[in-house]
Design a protein around this ligand. Structure first.
Ligand SMILES: [Zn+2]
Length: 348
């Protein structure tokens, strides 16, 4: 077992014991003792991956049995939600070729991805400028460096309450940096389960993916969410490609949204017809770098959007793009590197 794995496992076990001890108040002591014993037994005897799953499963069971503060999923129906009276802001931070999305609802905030390794400072500086000291959720969509490269900087710079990462077997050095940061902060990883819903202020988000097993296809493992404040909604699925998109369509979960974060930087491998039809957005935000070597966004994707009457906003053209949802409207602004916000003239 390598250093980070055993370190991480120890942290997980400690956390399990702590939670189980806390449970003594709410559950019978015999039950709590059983959790401690079986977690320790399984973790000690099993391989890392198995142990991680086992401990995590027990944490979830324990959380559910205690009605644990909303951090475990529920199958809340989006139509039951009372529309927010405040403002939900979604910032598509310009990190060049990559993704980084900050979501704020009142004093609550979350971050999806943090661009390449060299963008960690850009993202932390942006979050600092927004006055953020704590993140309710951090999602690393998948192990590619243009998404999770800067995430270790974020995890080390802010108080983070929940980390959501896909359950991929394959890892990269960059991904291990993130896991190290998670372990060093004593955090545990929440596994994304399609249909699970989490609260963020007056908004909430539902996990859409990964909704299948994608082997080495890391893009398809992307954690996808649908975020809504009851007034407007956003679908953001990292670099999920056609197969993963189809699985999300087949899942029967609500996909319709006002805004789609274009999958895989506007690549032709994503925004497949069925998925686009199910989301049926008015706007698509493409996060990509100026003159990137992949040719993102691809012409075919832009044509599909244009044909469907979807208005496109691109970080390579506008810098950071900010959507503000209020009960009255969804308004758009953008910011250059200095952070100065200006409204986007959508008539252009
Ligand atoms: Zn990417």
């Amino acid at each position: 077992m390598t250093g980070w794995k055993s370190h991480f496992l120890k942290k997980l076990l400690l956390f399990t014991v702590l939670l189980a001890s806390l449970a003594l108040g709410g559950c019978s002591s015999a039950e709590a003792q059983k959790y401690i014993e079986s977690a320790a037994d399984q973790a000690a005897s099993a391989a890392w991956d198995y142990a991680k799953e086992a401990v995590k499963g027990q944490l979830n069971d324990l959380g559910n049995s205690m009605g644990n503060g909303g951090s475990t999923g529920s199958s809340q129906n989006t139509s039951d939600v009372t529309p927010s009276t405040g403002t939900l802001k979604v910032h598509f931070i310009d990190v060049g070729q990559g993704d980084s999305i900050l979501i704020q609802d009142g004093s609550h905030s979350m971050l999806i991805d943090a661009g390449e390794n060299n963008q960690g400072k850009t993202v932390t500086a942006y979050l600092n400028r927004q006055g953020i000291s704590s993140l309710d959720y951090v999602i690393g969509t998948h192990p590619h460096s243009d998404h999770i490269g800067g995430l270790d900087d974020v995890l080390r710079s802010f108080e983070v309450k929940n980390v959501i990462l896909p359950p991929v077997e394959h890892t990269t050095a960059t991904f291990e940096d993130v896991l190290d940061a998670v372990a060093d902060k004593g955090l545990t990883i929440t596994k994304p389960v399609p249909g699970d819903t989490y609260e963020l202020g007056q908004s909430h988000f539902t996990i859409l993916g990964p909704a299948g097993n994608y082997g080495d296809e890391l893009n398809d493992w992307s954690v996808g969410i649908r975020l809504t404040d009851g007034n407007h909604s956003f679908v953001m699925c990292g670099d999920a490609e056609q197969e993963a998109e189809q699985d999300m369509v087949n899942s029967g979960l609500t996909l319709s949204a006002d805004v789609l974060k274009a999958g895989h930087h506007g690549s032709r491998t994503s925004s497949s017809p069925d998925f686009l039809k199910a989301v049926s957005p008015s706007w698509a935000v493409i996060s990509c770098g100026k003159g990137n070597s992949y040719g993102h966004p691809h012409k075919e994707t832009l044509e599909k959007y244009s044909k469907a009457g979807i208005q496109v906003l691109r970080t390579d053209e506008l810098g950071t793009i900010i959507a503000s949802s209020s009960p009255e409207a969804l308004s758009w602004s953008h910011a250059d590197a200095s952070g100065k916000e200006k409204p986007i003239d959508l008539a252009q």
